[in-house]
Design a protein around this ligand. Structure first.
Ligand code: NCD
Length: 316
């Protein structure tokens, strides 16, 4: 994997939570805490990146992650350029590297990259100049590091003693970069027990992720302190492998009744976009245990922390 740390151990790019130690993760989380918007208060704003340019280079559709990165960059005072390459020069056959070199020539400092193919952020990192940072905003089924961080931040705010927690991640784990980044971060930070639960065809390769694999939702929820629900990543599956929505809900949906298997104060999480009535029932998504909107709020803070950490000390 391309080096995301410099010779001094400082974060240079954010490609994956794999390989980041507990101290590095904790530093980013602590920093994010300082950028969290408090209820009823204006969102924090600084001028830390006032002379920097950040591009959102999205080769895959996104609403919340792109908006979240854009607000994060703007709230640090940076100039932001949004490129949705689904509908741009990629379709005219320009290579990814040519697009990157073009943006480099326009003095972009931070490249926030989302791509359906794994390995693209690392490839760009190999081409980056010393003052430039690459931030992975989701690659294939592999990594979504800022999502993993915001998930852990949300858990930590409610239940700071991670070593005492049982966390259940439930749904299409095999195709989920959210599950893989969250599982790695939780493991590194010493979570008490990590359960990964899915229909057998949607479980990951056992060597791929830490955690106990389960194929029964009730067993996964039993006494759990945190439940992270995932949608079926239909865009990463063959049509014939996609389960029927109603059948999936009946067997795997998080309903109020099933939630009773978990600890009474269990947190309910979901990275979005949610498929209501499929992996999660309305009453649970909007219920008192749901912290789904807090995750979104924390997403901006985490991205501010990452952008500041990567760019504030580096100048062309
Ligand atoms: C996720 C993603 O894009 O990987 N969404 C997100 O970033 N909040 C999950 C998903 O698409 O289901």
């Amino acid at each position: 994997m391309t080096e995301q740390l410099d010779a001094g151990g400082r974060l240079r790019h954010l490609l994956s939570l794999d390989g980041l130690d507990a101290a590095c993760l904790t530093r980013l989380l602590d920093r994010a805490e300082g950028y969290c918007a408090r209820p009823g208060r204006p969102a924090p704003r600084t001028r830390q990146l006032a002379d920097r340019t950040i591009v959102n280079l999205f080769f895959e559709n996104s609403t919340r992650t792109r908006a979240s990165f854009e607000l994060a960059a703007r709230r640090l005072g940076a100039e932001v350029l949004n490129l949705n390459l689904d509908t741009s020069s990629a379709q005219k056959g320009e290579s990814l590297l040519d697009t990157f070199y073009t943006l480099q020539a326009m003095n972009v400092d931070g490249f926030v990259v989302r791509h359906a193919e794994a390995g693209i952020p690392a490839r760009l990192a190999e081409q980056a100049l010393p003052h430039e940072a690459i931030i992975n905003a989701g690659e294939g089924s592999d990594n979504h590091p800022t999502q993993g961080l915001l998930d852990v931040l949300t858990i930590r705010q409610h239940k700071p003693r991670l070593e005492e927690l049982t966390v259940a991640i439930v749904g299409d784990i095999r195709h989920s970069r959210v599950a893989s980044s969250a599982a790695r971060a939780l493991h590194t930070l010493g979570v008490g027990e990590l359960r990964l639960a899915a229909p057998v065809t949607l479980l990951p390769d056992p060597a791929h992720l830490p955690g106990r694999h389960l194929t029964d939702i009730e067993a996964a929820l039993d006494g759990a302190d945190v439940i992270m629900m995932l949608r079926i990543q239909k865009e990463r599956m063959r049509a014939s492998d996609i389960p029927d929505d109603a059948a999936y809900h009946a067997q795997w949906g998080l309903t109020e009744e099933r939630l009773r298997h978990a600890a009474p104060d269990a947190l309910v999480m979901h990275p979005g976009p949610m498929n209501r009535g499929v992996e999660i029932a309305d009453a649970v998504a909007d219920g008192p245990q749901s912290v789904i909107r807090e995750q979104v709020n924390n997403g901006v803070a985490v991205r501010m922390a990452v952008l500041a950490e990567l760019l504030e000390h580096r100048k062309p």
